[in-house]
Design a protein around this ligand. Structure first.
Ligand SMILES: [Mg+2]
Length: 216
């Protein structure tokens, strides 16, 4: 069996089941400005940085003909809701076991997330198993130029691990994250969100219904 040179993991919706909580926070915040976000819009927000999402939601508010808030005003509503909800996010099925298996096989690992360092600390605090991920690229990493869907985060993580991106397995759940990992040249595994099929991804992507399906 050919083993990866390293495994690069997304956080939200991949290792931790935070996406329903992020979705609730964005929906409530947008609702405060008169727009009811649907499930397809919430899927579009997945995997991207907070500020990029704020601009997207502002564009939707403007498109509805309503008076849009500034990003600062929108985040002043969204962030307290997110901060209250996120520490209760559970592990995704099979996530702690997959990290433990990588450690057992001495496969280097890194976290590649759009979340800020502060948000990651908040979400990871109840999950000691995530401490296995020592190398981390955060959304507000000073060395990161562009967030997902740009490839920068995965390239930066591979560089920090001293491996080529082409030898890495990237694990993602979002469209933006998958685009980023493919553009970086990684071998991409997508954990499919509910209601999303594998046909929306290029053929080289390996689709997963659960992290328990990963064989190492
Ligand atoms: Mg994700």
């Amino acid at each position: 069996m050919i083993r990866p040179a390293a495994c690069l993991f997304d956080l939200d919706g991949l290792l931790l089941d935070t996406e329903p909580l992020h979705g609730r926070a964005w929906r409530q915040a947008a609702g405060r400005f008169g727009v009811d976000l649907d499930d397809a819009q919430l899927l579009q927000l997945r995997g991207r940085r907070r500020l990029d999402n704020a601009w997207q939601v502002i564009a939707w508010i403007e498109a509805a003909g309503l008076t849009a808030p500034t990003a600062e005003q929108l985040l002043a509503v969204q962030q307290p809701i997110a901060r209250r909800l996120l520490p209760s996010a559970p592990a995704m099925e099979g996530a702690p076991e997959l990290l433990a298996r990588c450690r057992e096989l001495a496969i280097p690992m890194a976290l590649v997330t759009s979340s800020s360092r502060e948000a990651v600390a908040l979400k990871c605090a109840p999950h000691a198993w995530l401490e296995l991920l020592e190398i981390r690229v955060h959304g507000d990493d000073p060395a990161l130029v562009s967030g997902k869907p740009a490839p920068d985060g995965f390239q930066l993580a591979a560089r920090r691990l001293g491996v080529e991106p082409a030898g890495c397995w990237a694990f993602e759940d979002s469209q933006a994250g998958t685009e980023a990992a493919l553009a970086a040249g990684c071998q991409v595994h997508v954990l499919l969100p509910a209601g999303v099929g594998c046909e929306s991804y290029p053929p080289q992507v390996r689709c997963l219904g659960s992290l328990q399906e990963v064989r190492l």
